[in-house]
Write a protein that binds this ligand. Structure first.
Ligand code: GTP
Length: 599
């Protein structure tokens, strides 16, 4: 039997998940009804948001007929990957478990920023790429133009692109034939000592850690004693299987195959994504190269609130980090907010997803502070170190330089939006690099920008400046020194660390004023007047006041409308759940995020 391992990569919404489901259906692994229900995006959150967050690996079989009439059975293992820029790391993990990739491009949209980024990532790890032009059933499809774009921007010959509709199934047989013919088989050796790459894992209450692996050399068998080479832990395989797409038990996962193993692993820390599993009785001399550690770009604090205790939050994060190793967390305490965690994420969307997963999957209630980026600090004594929270900034008298992360951003947009976009980039301290034309009407712009200016609302601004047509992708290029200062916020005279931000000096006053206006909207009136102040190094640069209010909130309602009164009280109760008291002021969750909308 032949084996082919491939990832499906694309720009967001170009149809990867639909295509994966279509491949499953074509191979008889799911029914038409299951196809309609989007079987692969099984996390609630994924379905609701209509995006893929986690890569999932599935196995199907296909009987391939060669031109000479011979048929042979193929095992196709494939991984549906997320498209959003925040999840590059997931994509890269998936790519390393494969020999090939299907690059999906929407025939009505053409090549977009993540099409380019994902194609480069696949080429970088040496994968064979099959370009696919999807959604050809749509009246606005323009496959000829899109094939030309693929050739022009990515260098894959236009005639190699396969035209499909994941929705109707058109072109799918041709695609499967191309996968069998064009993708290289795995190159591992069955006779060598076992080496299996861990590319994912989840925690199951009954079975412990379930580890997803790609076997490179040798094989994994039921009952086998295994060693995790990085953590040096020993276990015995009690169960192994494959997702087809439902879990199915197997006796062996052979060379070049993917599957999952269960080994009664209760300690989450024994399993690390990127680690190598070997045969404890016949160990491999060296581990696989594994993964580069993911780079967290955005940090914020999580504090337990409502009925959630600190320990519950910690356990939930421990478990979630097993399933998503690309976020980090460390204990943090704060005068105002108590004990919590400083957490690092790949981007803003990633942060939102983790927060939502904690709340939904683990029933956690928490307060989250506004995200910031990492800064590199050079002190006057010459020492250089990084901080991931403005509150860690040393005394300004001892700071020689504050360096901030810079990114190289590629934007693809309609030619007539270039002016708007250039203005946006310049407002955000961007440095223009180059312009390239894609076909007759679209342009690829390149800018260098401070990451801090991009993480909040840049994506939304890009979308509105380009009527939804613009797309972006970026890479970190290093730290650069800037004229940066820490802006402190005082609520009722108390400095609230969790509201401090590092900003460019030229923007400090505007940001400070904007932030106070937002805080004034978010913090309810209290029985006393609450002054709000923004300060740099002790000097007040902006102020606002929240006026006091009478004792009874229901006094706001004139007359005796009982239902309205009750509603108001209920609303007030609900709001309290996600609230932190600082000094004598109740600050709601939304206020901690005020910086996001104050720009
Ligand atoms: P992410 O997982 O978020 O990266 O998106 P994706 O690339 O997996 O896209 P998905 O499969 O969720 O498809 C996006 C939208 O396009 C959905 O509304 C699909 O129904 C639709 N779609 C996908 N393939 C086709 C197709 O061949 N024809 C038509 N008409 N619509 C399609």
């Amino acid at each position: 039997m032949q084996i082919r391992n491939f990832s499906i990569i694309a720009h967001i919404d170009h149809g990867k998940s639909t295509l994966s489901d279509r491949l499953l259906m074509r191979a008889g692994a799911i029914t038409e009804r299951e196809f309609q229900n989007q079987i692969l995006d099984d996390m609630d959150l994924e379905r609701e948001r209509g995006i893929t967050i986690k890569a999932s690996a599935v196995t199907v079989f296909h009987d391939h007929t060669y031109p000479d009439g011979r048929t042979e059975r193929f095992m196709l293992n494939f991984i549906d990957t997320p498209g959003h820029v925040d999840f590059h790391y997931e994509v890269q993990k998936a790519l390393q478990a494969c020999e090939g990739a299907i690059l999906v491009v929407d025939s009505t949209q053409g090549v977009q920023a993540q099409t380019v980024a994902n194609a480069y990532a696949a080429v970088e790890v040496g994968l064979e790429i099959v370009p696919v032009i999807n959604k050809i059933d749509l009246p606005s499809a323009d496959p000829v133009r899109v094939a030309e774009e693929i050739e022009q921007v990515l260098g894959f010959p236009a005639e190699d692109a396969i035209l499909v509709s994941a929705k109707t199934g058109q072109g799918i047989d041709e695609l499967i034939t191309a996968l069998c013919d064009k993708l290289p088989p795995p190159t591992g050796k069955p006779e060598l000592p076992t080496r299996a790459l861990i590319f994912d894992s989840i925690y199951d209450d009954y079975r412990g850690v379930i580890t997803y692996v790609r076997v490179i050399d040798g094989e994994l068998r039921k009952g086998m004693k295994i060693r995790f080479m990085g953590t040096n832990k020993l276990y015995q395989i009690t169960d192994l299987g494959k997702l087809m797409p439902r879990p199915k038990q197997v006796e062996v996962i052979g060379t070049g195959e993917v599957g999952f193993i269960v080994a009664a692993i209760k300690d989450l820390h024994d399993v690390r994504v990127g680690d190598t599993i070997t045969d404890a009785g016949n160990p491999a001399p060296a581990a696989l190269p594994g993964y580069k550690p993911s780079q967290q770009m955005v940090y914020c604090d999580f504090y337990p609130s409502g009925k959630t205790q600190y320990d519950e939050l910690r356990d939930a994060m421990d478990r979630l980090s097993l399933n998503d190793s690309s976020f980090s967390f460390e204990p943090e305490s704060n005068d105002a907010l108590g004990f919590g965690f400083r957490c690092g994420f790949l981007g803003l969307l990633h942060m939102e997803i983790i927060q939502e997963r904690l709340e939904r999957e683990f029933n956690i209630e928490m307060i989250q502070t506004a995200p910031t980026v990492t800064y590199e600090i050079k002190k006057t004594d010459g020492t250089v170190f990084r901080i991931d929270s403005p509150s860690q900034l040393p005394d300004p008298n001892h700071v020689e330089e504050i360096r901030e992360p810079f990114i190289e951003m590629n934007l693809i947009l309609p030619g007539d939006c270039v002016g708007n976009l250039m203005k946006l980039c310049e407002d955000r301290r961007g440095i223009y690099k180059k312009t390239e034309y894609i076909g007759a009407t679209r342009v690829m712009l390149q800018y260098e920008l401070p990451l801090a200016e991009v993480i909040y609302d840049f994506y939304d601004r890009l979308k509105s400046a380009t009527k939804g047509y613009g797309t972006m992708d970026f890479d970190l290029i290093g730290f650069r020194s800037g004229n940066l200062v820490k802006l402190d916020i005082l609520v009722n005279g108390d400095k609230v660390d969790a509201l401090s931000v590092i900003v460019h000096r030229d923007h400090a006053e505007k940001r400070g004023r904007g932030l106070l206006v937002r805080l004034k909207e978010e913090i309810d009136r209290h029985l006393f007047e609450i002054p709000l102040q923004a300060a740099i190094g002790g000097k007040i640069i902006a102020r606002e006041t929240i006026k006091s209010v009478g004792k009874n909130v229901t006094a706001k309602c004139y007359g005796g409308d009982v239902t309205r009164k009750r509603k108001l009280l209920e609303k007030q109760k609900e709001g309290k759940k996600r609230m932190k008291r600082v000094g004598s002021v109740d600050i709601p969750q939304q206020a901690f995020m005020a910086i996001l909308e104050s720009g």
